[in-house]
Design a protein around this ligand. Structure first.
Ligand SMILES: [Mg+2]
Ligand SMILES: [Zn+2]
Length: 205
């Protein structure tokens, strides 16, 4: 089982424009390519996990979400960086599109997207990392027994100013470049003890 970095998309990998519904709104941060390439070189599996409730809200389609991910991958490839897989949640309990209006197990902070990736790609969540700009991303890390890193880009600065009563990040950094550095420094250290790792079989870690 391999360690992975689960990356949030909007506000972490690319700028957060609200509900991104045009390809010309896609803007990688200036450090995104280098950060991803560093994670690739370290042998980490890089997986995007993103809530895209705009699908349930009727703002765009799954085809558009997939097109967005292809374009992001093309831009990364031009700089020698690679996302290994993308997983997204198209649902929302208050959506207007019937097929997507539901309480699901994949909308972050639930861990469904991580579970799917773990299964498909043979990943080890307890040695993995989640990077995002919202407390709900750190919530995913907690739920999956991974380490959680909050970036100050996107909603991050506002989130830092409004600490969550129950959720603490393992690190708070300026951006994805800072997150990549922190991950490479802490890759071989033991994860912080937390309830999830306490009940895990030690032979799995
Ligand atoms: Mg985000
Ligand atoms: Zn979902």
């Amino acid at each position: 089982m391999r360690p992975a970095v689960f990356l949030d998309r909007d506000g972490t990998l690319i700028g957060d424009v609200g509900y991104l519904d045009r390809l010309d709104q896609i803007a990688l941060f200036p450090w995104t390519v280098d950060a991803i390439r560093a994670l690739n070189r370290a042998g980490l599996v890089v997986v995007v996990i993103t809530n895209q409730s705009g699908v349930a809200r009727g703002l765009f389609t799954e085809v558009f979400v997939e097109e967005t991910h292809r374009l992001i991958s093309d831009r990364l490839a031009a700089g020698g960086a690679r996302i290994d897989a993308y997983y997204y949640c198209p649902h929302h309990p208050a959506g207007v599109v019937e097929a997507y209006r539901q309480h699901c197990d994949c909308r972050k902070p639930a861990r469904g997207l991580v579970d799917r990736a773990v299964q498909d790609l043979d990943l080890d969540p307890s040695s993995s990392f989640v990077v995002g700009d919202k407390w709900l991303d750190i919530g995913v890390a907690r739920a999956a027994g991974a380490r959680g890193i909050l970036v100050r880009t996107g909603s991050g600065a506002a989130e830092v100013a409004r600490p969550h009563p129950d959720i603490k990040a393992d690190a708070i950094v300026d951006n994805l470049a800072g997150a990549a550095s922190w991950i490479l420094l802490n890759l071989h250290s033991n994860p912080n003890p937390n309830p999830q790792s306490a009940i895990r079989d030690p032979q799995c870690s």
